[in-house]
Write a protein of this length. Structure first.
Length: 361
């Protein structure tokens, strides 16, 4: 009688399809998310310190797609030159931070994992600030220098936080990781404050940037963000099956054919890249990666095949309306975007922490 083969060494183990949404609900979900994105973008372009009629906004955008632009029209200039690139940039940053949070929560099986709580955003912020202060740039690619340093610091920060947490607690308990992440974030904050004190003429712009803002975003930044999200987001989406397997534990994931170390390194690298690029352009915008994956999980379920695409959409839409609130709440004064997201995220973070403690009790 032949012995059953172990699944641990079976390299041909097949996972369920991970192409995203499946079944007859797929077209409806895609259509619903598409409408949500388009309506949100249209509203956020039309509303602001200078309100513009929705029909006028839609007409200008459609004309721009056809290569038509009314010369000398102030509202057209506002829409195409100021608001459209900013709105697109905000959506892309929100989508990027959200999918990174969802991926990290799945990888670490930690409901509180996020670029902000793990210190990744703080590390990226410090790297970007150093690049700005010392004028680090690459030939023909002025944005890439800041982004490259931010990505490097983001990845090193993630590795350092997880290494310290593992040294203190081999089980990598949630409380240990979050505690180390918070301490590391405070340490990075103190270093950034020290750099601000030596920033001289750049003090105002850097201070506002550290609180998060996409004011003045241009089409160059939009293209840069789009490429980063397309590349890194695709890798994370293609890792959805493995992230589902991690929900059963690393040992079980290994037993069904997942290369645990390879998947961990891949996800961490591309999460760090995406967070680094987002922070280098939008500054420090906290809690998006913590709040939105939880909301998406409540709406769409825990499967990463559906959770990651939903997080992209809802993260972008969430940050769009946070930015709209920042622009209009005290108009003509503009609030830092990071302040708005932190106010909302802090309350949600407290709720999650209380619920987690109750489950552990």
């Amino acid at each position: 009688m032949s012995k059953p083969q172990s699944t641990a060494g079976n390299k041909k183990t097949r996972f369920p399809s991970s192409t995203g949404f499946s079944g007859s609900a797929l077209p409806w979900r895609i259509a619903g998310f598409s409408v949500l994105i388009l309506v949100s973008i249209l509203l956020c372009i039309a509303l602001g310190s200078v309100p513009i009629a929705l029909d006028k906004t839609a007409r200008v955008l459609l004309d721009a797609l056809r290569g038509i632009r009314a010369a000398g029209d102030m509202e057209t200039t506002i829409i195409l030159t100021i608001r459209l690139p900013r709105v697109l940039g905000v959506f892309l940053v929100g989508a990027s931070l959200s999918i990174c949070g969802a991926a990290m929560q799945g990888l670490l099986r930690n409901p509180l994992a996020d670029g902000a709580t793990l210190g990744v955003s703080a590390g990226a912020s410090l790297g970007a600030m150093l690049a700005i202060l010392f004028g680090i740039s690459l030939p023909l690619m002025p944005l890439a220098g800041t982004a490259l340093v931010a990505v490097l610091f983001a990845f090193l920060s993630l590795m350092l936080v997880l290494s310290l947490a593992y040294a203190l607690d081999r089980s990598l308990a949630t409380s240990t990781i979050i505690l180390i992440g918070v301490i590391y974030t405070m340490f990075m904050g103190s270093l950034m404050s020290l750099l601000i004190s030596f920033s001289g003429s750049k003090l105002r712009s850097i201070t506002f940037w550290t609180m998060g803002s996409l004011s003045g975003t241009g089409y160059g930044e939009v293209i840069f963000l789009s490429v980063a999200l397309l590349v890194c987001g695709s890798v994370l989406l293609l890792s959805s099956r493995e992230l589902d397997a991690f929900a059963m534990g690393e040992d079980n994931a290994h037993n069904i054919g997942v290369s645990v170390k390879q998947v961990k390194l891949r996800v961490m690298i591309f999460v760090s890249i995406l967070i680094g690029v987002s922070v280098s352009i939008g500054g420090t915008i906290g809690f998006v990666g913590l709040v939105i994956p939880h909301i998406s999980r409540l709406i769409i379920g825990p499967s990463h095949r559906r959770l990651l695409p939903a997080s992209i959409v809802l993260g972008g839409v969430f940050l769009l309306f946070c930015d709209l609130l920042a622009r209009t709440l005290l108009s003509p004064i503009e609030l830092p975007l990071g302040v708005v997201t932190s106010l909302i995220g802090a309350v949600f973070f407290l709720v999650i922490l209380i619920r987690s403690r109750r489950r552990m009790a």
